[in-house]
Ligand binder design. Structure first.
Ligand SMILES: [Zn+2]
Length: 497
């Protein structure tokens, strides 16, 4: 290519990019279509945000709308200029009701890290394209140490225009930190778990969305074709590319030049590899859904779907959202959940919060409160349900505390009691064996300190019979080698069982 041609092409690309960026985007209802048609439109890389019975909603610019109309779809504009809509939503804020922006997140996290330094610490897990810190707050007892405890990751703002997604993880952090000293249940969660909160995965996009009042979804990568932004939730490296994402830098679902091309998705990857999470939630807006993997294609086997479904249903009782498989909404490749579950064996969920991208600011408490409850439930169950699958931290079941181990055997039995798949059954039995040995070990230690509290609790829990038999074997062994260790009465009661 000669220089003049290159310059001409470059100029054309720039013109195109400039024109496209100033074109307002609209929220459009695509009417009278089946869910399958809606999923097909999404799979082509159109920014479909909601699929309902008989229609879908999508964010389209004029060219995209014209293209879809040309294919015979019937479109109705719901919000003509989404930039103006964002401006309006900004105007709903006042002194008491306001959305977090990046600067406020940074300040508040810094304040918390100082004020509650005994149970949290702040870490920058990487820098964005425009060199902003991606902050992660770790909440746990002994926050400076990496302990063998079930770990959970909560993330907001992969997509910048989805402001409520920052509110929920911040509200969870606030709940844990401010209730720790008063509330025994919160204290138990903080003491026995490691909870990581990354409220703004995409700082540049959030700043751009809030300050320039743009209806912006992606990060702020300067692409090689002169366009801006990669869709971070299409950039993860498990089944990356193709379906439900675009190879055009101009598109809102642009997946980037290759998997993990973006510093923001790399930051999450590095954190996940290091911390070996059991469970996660990534917050988005909107549709009031709880989504779980796999999302890259229809009907992909998820061997742990029983745990996903059970957890999703339980969380759904708290926030009223509808649980469903992610691909059932529409298949999309390169999303976070597929990566976290597919590569890192994390019980990964996406919450589509709210009924619109940015509800008026006075609604913030009404959507955060039930979602804090759902997150606390996931944090709790990361130490029980998640123990059914050894995942990437097989040593964890050996280190559970007594309460978690006892609940784990009962929770796992509740899900897999009638498991017919032999491979799955064997996997689960192996884990139950590990947890039962852990229970027995803690019970025998208790007995050595002349306490029968744990033994009594094992006896009253039906599903702990395996643990109880390990206790018996151990006591009789000790008594055989070192008579009188536990007292005649206890030995007789164990023998007579
Ligand atoms: Zn989103």
């Amino acid at each position: 290519m000669n220089m003049r041609m290159a310059a001409a092409l470059c100029g054309a690309a720039l013109l195109f990019a400039t024109a496209s960026h100033s074109a307002p985007k609209s929220l459009v209802k695509i009417q009278k279509i089946s869910k399958i048609q809606a999923a097909k439109i999404a799979s082509l890389g159109y920014d479909v945000v909601s699929i309902k019975d008989g229609y879908a909603e999508a964010v389209l610019d004029k060219a995209e709308a014209t293209a879809l109309s040309g294919k015979g779809y019937s479109l109705k504009t719901l919000i003509a200029d989404l930039d103006k809509y964002v401006e309006q939503m900004k105007g709903t804020q006042n002194k008491t009701d306001a959305y977090y922006n990046y600067a406020k997140v940074e300040t508040v996290l810094g304040d918390w890290a100082k004020k509650y330094s005994e149970i949290c610490r702040l870490e920058s897990i990487g820098k964005s394209c425009e060199n902003k810190d991606i902050w992660a707050l770790k909440i746990s007892d002994n926050p400076q140490k990496n302990e063998q405890e079930p770990a959970v990751l909560l993330m907001g703002a992969h997509h910048s225009r989805e402001w409520p997604s920052i509110e929920v993880p911040m509200a969870v952090a606030e709940k844990l930190l401010t209730n720790y000293s008063e509330n025994p249940e919160i204290r138990r969660l903080v003491d026995t778990r490691e909870i990581w909160i990354v409220p703004v995965v995409n700082p540049d996009g959030v700043i751009y969305s809030m300050e320039k009042s743009k209806f912006w979804r992606k990060n702020r990568r300067k692409n090689s074709d002169g366009t801006f932004g990669v869709d971070l939730n299409r950039n993860y490296g498990y089944q990356w590319g193709d379906v439900g994402s675009s190879n055009s830098g101009y598109s809102d679902t642009y997946h980037g030049p290759h998997a993990f091309s973006e510093p923001e998705s790399i930051a999450i990857k590095k954190l996940a590899e290091r911390e070996k999470f059991q469970a996660s939630i990534s917050y988005h807006t909107y549709s009031e859904l709880i989504l779980y993997p796999f999302g890259y294609a229809h009907n992909v086997n998820n061997p742990d779907s029983k745990i996903f479904v059970k957890l999703a249903e339980e969380m759904s009782k708290m926030n009223g959202y509808r649980p469903q498989n992610s691909a059932q909404l529409y298949p999309a490749m390169g999303d976070l959940d597929d990566y976290l579950y597919g590569s890192e064996k994390v019980l990964s969920f996406t919450f589509e919060l709210c009924k619109s991208f940015i509800p008026p600011a006075n609604q913030i408490p009404s959507f955060t409160a039930p979602n804090v409850e759902a997150a606390l439930h996931l944090i709790d169950k990361s130490g029980t349900y998640a123990m059914a699958i050894p995942g990437n931290n097989p040593g964890l079941a050996n280190n559970l505390d007594f309460d978690d181990a006892l609940t784990a055997v009962s929770d796992i039995n509740a899900i897999f009691g009638n498991e017919r798949n032999i491979v799955m059954r064997n996997e689960v039995l192996k884990q139950l064996d590990v947890i039962s040995k852990r229970l027995a070990q803690l019970t025998v230690e208790d007995l050595k300190h002349q306490s029968t509290e744990k033994l009594d609790r094992l006896r009253s829990e039906q599903t702990a019979s395996l643990a109880l038999s390990y206790v018996r074997t151990r006591l009789l062994f000790d008594e055989g080698h070192n008579p009188g260790s536990y007292g005649v009465e206890l030995i007789n009661s164990v023998k007579n069982k």
